[in-house]
Design a protein around this ligand. Sequence first.
Ligand code: AMP
Length: 395
Amino acid sequence: MSKVLSVNAGSSSLKFKLFDMSNEVILTEGIVERIGSDEAMFTIKVKQEKIKKIMAIKNYELAVSLLINSLTHHEIIYDLDEIKGIGHRVVHGGETFKGSVIINDDVIKQIGDLNDLAPLHNPVNLMGIKQFMSLLPNIPNVAVFDTSFHQTMTEDAYLYGVPYEWYELYGVRKYGFHGTSHKYVSTRVRQILNKDDAKIIICHLGNGASVCAVHGEKSIDTTMGFTPLAGLLMGTRCGDVDAAIIPYVMTKANKTLNEIEADLNKKSGLLGVSGLSNDSRDIEDGINGGNKRCRLAQDIFIRRIVSYISSYHVLLDGADAIAFTAGIGENSTRVREEVLSKLSVLGIKIDHEANKVRGSEQLISTSDSSVKCFIIPTNEEVIIARDVVKLIIKN
Ligand code: AMP
């Protein structure tokens, strides 16, 4: 059996899934949360049951060794050598990484060189990689980048209307994110449609959110940009704003650049507009209770999604499919309903009954809809594990 561990290291959390890649079955999954605290939480699924433990996990090394030891402790595997490879999610691959790579010293250096582009993410991703490499030195590691799927965008899609030297000297361009999710969903839709050159618009709507236009295996355009701050309104991120707002508010509110950046990343979006919550369930409860700011937050959220879908429909010269994924996309009947009903001018027709499902793969458009619409639960971890198989096991 070819067992592969898929890992996502965040600033204080470590998510993992162990696959048997002979049939892509998940053997176990779990998360270490609040790393660094006396009350960290470790959750692991053993035989369909979630086992939770609260304990002090002071650093990343302890988190990784806890995870590794629990795999044998719970007899999910008997020997760590059964793991044939480890795949790591890395947020930023810049223009250096156009696909996934086996990690060696050069790759570690190159990922570190990109830290300036993703200061909140790449350093922690690297730390996770280094811990696994030192605790399991005989198991090969693969880096899978959130950005690399979008490296197929052409210059007219990825360049901003700013001095060209900003791109040449500082790498200022659109990179796009959520690449593994957009890759998984587009692959799945192509399989369902049985059409290799399908044109697909994917709405990844979670706490972070982006829309992507995909033709065949290529990302043509996407809404996140130089950082994940651009595009749609998100849980706490502002999405597209006029850059001139930044110096204006700095002066008016006497704030520093760092404070404004934090406001745009952490206090904006659904949270900023509603004044209540970044969680779309709270927003929907607020709307049901007549809260006007919640309604407004949702209206802005929906309007941007609709606007990007229609723009990408034209860009793709007519999409074959629209797919909804991630927390909101998979679960919110209401958001899908509001988005798709606003697209009726394009001949898109939602099947209201089919749209009532949550979290499962489903066609949600009527048979006479001009574009097929789907819910496709995303699976970023399996894309990571597939790349490990491609680069390590099959070679
Ligand atoms: P993610 O970042 O993909 O984990 O998605 C998180 C978002 O999904 C949060 O805004 C949640 O409120 C939202 N979400 C999860 N379940 C539901 C649901 N049943 N209805 C509406 N939104 C949901």
